[in-house]
Design a protein around this ligand. Sequence first.
Ligand SMILES: *Cc1c(COP(=O)(O)O)cnc(C)c1O
Length: 340
Amino acid sequence: MEKKDLDWASLGFGYVQTEQRYVSNFKDGKWDEGGLTTDANIVLNECAGVLQYAQTCFEGLKAYTTEDGRIVTFRPDLNADRMYTTAQRLEMPPFPKDKFVEAVKAVVKANAAYVPPYGSGATLYLRPYMFGTNPVIGVKPATEYQFRIFCTPVGPYFKGGAKPLTLCVSDFDRAAPHGTGNIKAGLNYAMSLHPIVEAHKAGYAENMYLDAATRTKVEETGGANFLFVTKDGKVVTPKSNSILPSITRRSLMIVAREYLGLEAEEREIFFDEVKDFAECGLCGTAAVISPVGKIVDHGKEICFPSGMDEMGPITKKLYDTLTGIQMGRLDPPEGWIVEI
Ligand SMILES: *Cc1c(COP(=O)(O)O)cnc(C)c1O
């Protein structure tokens, strides 16, 4: 298979249209057979449920080429699980988990020419999503839905090394205590756009959101979970019902324990404790871990000892180990790597 002639290393995180995508429709109470199509456009009725009441959710995962030339994806079964849970919360018909994984494989296989080569730092990003398609004007769930997966090649997340980020503590809330913070719904992102635009204007890379009820505990950023390292080398991550269960973060906790022999704990983390941590990182599919060097709380700076030049030493070990597993340089735990 001939690879596309793309300048992999200079790709950004943007949409590049590829040849094939997967589509399945839900109608009369069931999902159809589903299959690949070359049509990248969607024609919807003006009153479609997604357009009126934002009934839509999504997932994100990657395919890449390993050191020995295999094309693989990382834990797609967990994306299938999470989308299932998300759909239930939004009164959408969950897409069958086994079909989800099959669809991921079919899209990667059909677009193998767009899977960046090993060592380029680029990856193929997959975007599964689902939305209500039939006309809905009274407030109720749609009765017809479309599930799709498209893919787009994306460049290396860190061009010229992972520079630590500066975050600010947001005055906005991301998620209500019994709301939708724990599901991957488009609506969580719609409402986060204003806070992130404001944060960027003020010179910050991301917002740190606190729990909406007490504003004393760390939640997450708009699109990534926090991971901290204590001064005695323990990995800790916030436990909350209103944060999105990141697959990267859950995997890193296992990597910390089983590959690095570190203690790793999920617990409530008070903002007051943050100044005492040695390292901080943001976890998500896009970057695996982005190091955080500084957090600004209304003018008061918290500077992590790891500094503004490089990842902290434990963050780096976590990053190298998980990317080593993903790229086939280290033996993976059972079921983590799914070959196409
Ligand atoms: C997708 C997402 C993450 C990261 O999850 P991964 O499964 O690691 O990609 C974290 N927080 C939010 C709010 C997200 O939507």
